[in-house]
Write a protein of this length. Structure first.
Length: 76
């Protein structure tokens, strides 16, 4: 049970970390210049894009790590 708790903690840290990293990296896009909308709507769009891209990236890396860890069973 302790391993499941540690894995859940690593997953949550990964999600929050990648979402934060994505938010930091796309903050300077200023989408409201390209799409006619208010500044508040543009900021909300950046937050939602950060969640989508960060979650997808985090899921990819967690899946990659899990698959690499399971390669041990192929060799045994």
């Amino acid at each position: 049970m302790k391993i499941i708790g540690i894995q859940a903690l690593i997953t949550l840290i990964s999600y929050v970390g990648f979402i934060g990293l994505t938010f930091w990296s796309i903050q300077d896009l200023h989408i409201e210049r390209f799409i006619p909308m208010r500044a508040t709507q543009g900021k909300l769009l950046i937050v939602l894009l950060s969640v989508v891209i960060g979650y997808g990236t985090s899921s990819f890396f967690l899946s990659l790590i899990d698959n690499i860890r399971n390669l041990i069973f192929l060799v045994k």
